[in-house]
Design a protein around this ligand. Structure first.
Ligand SMILES: [Zn+2]
Length: 593
């Protein structure tokens, strides 16, 4: 593949400043020369995600994610290098250079999107034919209005093993592309032992799943009767990971109040959108995942959980609350009253009733307190005390204002003094404070060590050398002119840790040839994990003096480490080996005596 030329990457760098690109996904706050925010790559409550506009890089001190603006787009949109550059180019209104073509993976992914789009069209059209009548009847029974069928592109997979396969083959799709899309499956004929493919979705009501960029990425298919499983969904493909998508987010993301309603199923979402609640989304046949929570945090500060009132739904709600607790997202729980789910409530009582449920939604403290209270008989003294002790644990973790509000409310409810409630909360806080301080310190240390061990195991056992390498590399990146003066003393062999050595091997020839060597250009030459190491260096930029003298110091330190490493272990030598070694040091290795 002809590579994307440096000159085009220059234009990407000029047109895609990292601050504005990242701001589209992360709420950033300025802190001196850098910007910080909550990391979109791991769930956290205090920001450790840092953007360095000066170097066009970002680095997360919590999870070690990092790179240039290109890696940011790659990681957050799950794209390869070419696709990420193309997205940035599109965003800036730049035309991709003609001589570059995308590689096999990107091409196959594009074919999967195209096949899915054609399949969605086929399913939707089938709904209007004889073969689609049972599915249409199902949607009508569920009171889905015709305009919603169009809006969500709902469809019908006919009761046929080859209808879609034949249709897509006529459109020019190959079997391997359809297999990769998960639209067909492969079987072996019992008659002649030959392989053949057949439609995966048959006799189903079809729900296309569309990502936030408008690609049809997958399908959910519902059976027409009550047989189990109720739904079959596209498995993970090159273009789709079910743990990372949310149904209807393509519509819901356009709301302007940064608030989403999270439901359990496709039909809930459709019922809500139909009733005008267009911020409703749902998981795609999975329990809520960390990745979906991260995705939600890009579009919402508040989430209303709209889970079924049955035991399974309430269990799912508790799990979701635990996941959101790790983030800064505010969560409220809708109490389903008068029906099992949103669809049923809206159908039975109308949308005003549901709006009231939304308004009355309990925030997570109220929900947790109400659930806790169910375990105690608060009319007895024992019950009252037991409940208050546990309630204090919940309040201790809340912000001061909520703490005060709910302490008053509990005091009134139970007929005790507000001060007694608050004193109980404070004692929990004192206990938590010391416990947390201890575990946080342990965790931070363990985390830092593990991160380094995983990315660069040699580093942990060669900290002095690693430090000198870091300073040397970052100073050379910032001051390319130093490299020329030091060229004869620098070599890859000087580097002890494999990661830094790799970086040097890529960086040095670029500087020597006077080619641009900033984060954007390095993106093309290094793997994402290597770019994270570069970002880590940039993150240390402000702690180095950026002087020629410091470079020389680092080289000296590395040479010294090298000598130490090469020195044989005296304790392990016998007498004659020791003699040879001493002679070699004197330079008279040949025995002349
Ligand atoms: Zn992170």
């Amino acid at each position: 593949m002809p590579r994307i030329p440096d000159s085009f990457l220059d234009r990407i760098r000029e047109s895609s400043d990292i601050e504005s690109v990242v701001s589209g996904y992360v709420n950033l706050k300025r802190r001196g020369k850098t910007l910080v925010g909550l990391c979109p790559f791991h769930n956290e409550k205090t920001p450790s995600f840092t953007v360095y506009p000066d170097n066009n890089s970002y680095y997360c001190f919590g999870c070690g994610a990092g790179g240039s603006v290109i890696e940011f787009v790659r990681n957050i949109e799950h794209l390869d290098f070419y696709e990420a550059v193309k997205l940035l180019a599109d965003r800036a209104g730049l035309q991709m250079p003609e001589e570059t073509v995308d590689d096999g993976t990107a091409k196959l992914r594009r074919r999967i999107f195209e096949a899915n789009r054609e399949a969605a069209r086929f399913f939707h059209e089938t709904l209007k034919t004889e073969a689609g009548q049972p599915m249409l009847a199902y949607l009508q029974r569920r009171k889905v209005p015709p305009e919603m069928i169009t809006h969500f592109g709902l469809g019908a997979a006919p009761d046929d093993w080859h209808a879609l396969h034949n249709y897509l083959r006529d459109k020019g799709f190959r079997d391997d592309e359809l297999l990769a899309a998960g639209l067909v499956r492969e079987g072996v004929s019992k008659k002649d032992g030959k392989k053949y493919v057949y439609d995966y979705f048959r006799n189903k009501v079809m729900y296309p799943i569309i990502d936030v960029r408008g690609n049809v990425v997958a399908f959910g298919g519902r059976v027409l009767d009550n047989s189990k499983p109720k739904y079959i969904n596209t498995g993970d493909t090159l273009a789709y990971k079910k743990s990372r998508e949310l149904y209807a987010l393509n519509f819901a993301k356009n709301g302007n109040d940064r608030r989403l309603i999270l439901c359990e199923g496709y039909m809930d979402v459709i019922a809500l959108h139909s009733a005008g609640f267009t911020s409703a989304v749902a998981g795609c046949g999975t329990a809520l995942t960390d990745e979906q929570v991260s995705l939600i945090s890009r579009y919402a500060d508040e989430v209303l959980l709209c889970y079924d009132s049955d035991e399974a739904g309430q269990k799912a709600a508790r799990k979701a609350l635990a996941l959101f607790a790790k983030t800064g997202i505010h969560v409220k729980v809708i109490r389903m009253q008068g029906g099992k789910d949103a669809d049923e409530i809206i159908r039975e009582f109308g949308k005003e009733r549901f709006r009231k449920l939304l308004d009355d939604a309990e925030n997570d403290i109220e929900y947790k307190l109400a659930k806790l209270k169910e375990n105690y008989v608060v009319s007895t003294n024992d019950g009252k005390i037991g409940f208050l002790k546990e309630a204090a644990v919940i309040l201790a973790r809340e912000d001061p204002l909520s703490r005060d509000v709910y302490a008053s409310r509990l005091a009134d409810e139970l007929g005790v003094a507000k001060n007694a409630v608050l004193e109980q909360v404070r004692s929990v806080q004192r206990r938590d404070y010391y416990r947390e301080k201890k575990t946080r310190l342990q965790q931070a240390t363990a985390h830092a060590v593990n991160l380094e061990k995983a990315t660069d195991p040699i580093r942990v056992t060669n900290l002095r050398a690693a430090r000198a390498e870091d300073i040397l590399l970052i100073t050379l990146l910032n001051n390319n002119s130093f490299y020329r003066k030091l060229e004869n003393r620098l070599s890859a062999e000087l580097f002890v840790t494999p990661m830094n050595r790799k970086l040097f091997e890529v960086i040095a020839p670029r500087i020597a040839a006077n080619e641009p060597c900033d984060s954007i250009h390095l993106s093309r030459l290094l793997e994402p994990n290597e770019m994270a190491a570069v970002a880590r260096l940039y993150a240390r930029s402000s702690t180095v003096t950026n002087t020629f003298a410091e470079c020389e110091d680092c080289i000296r330190a590395l040479e010294e480490e090298k000598r130490k490493a090469n020195a044989p272990d005296a304790a392990g030598m016998d007498d004659s080996q020791m003699l040879d070694f001493i002679r070699s040091l004197r330079g008279d290795a040949e025995d002349k005596s």
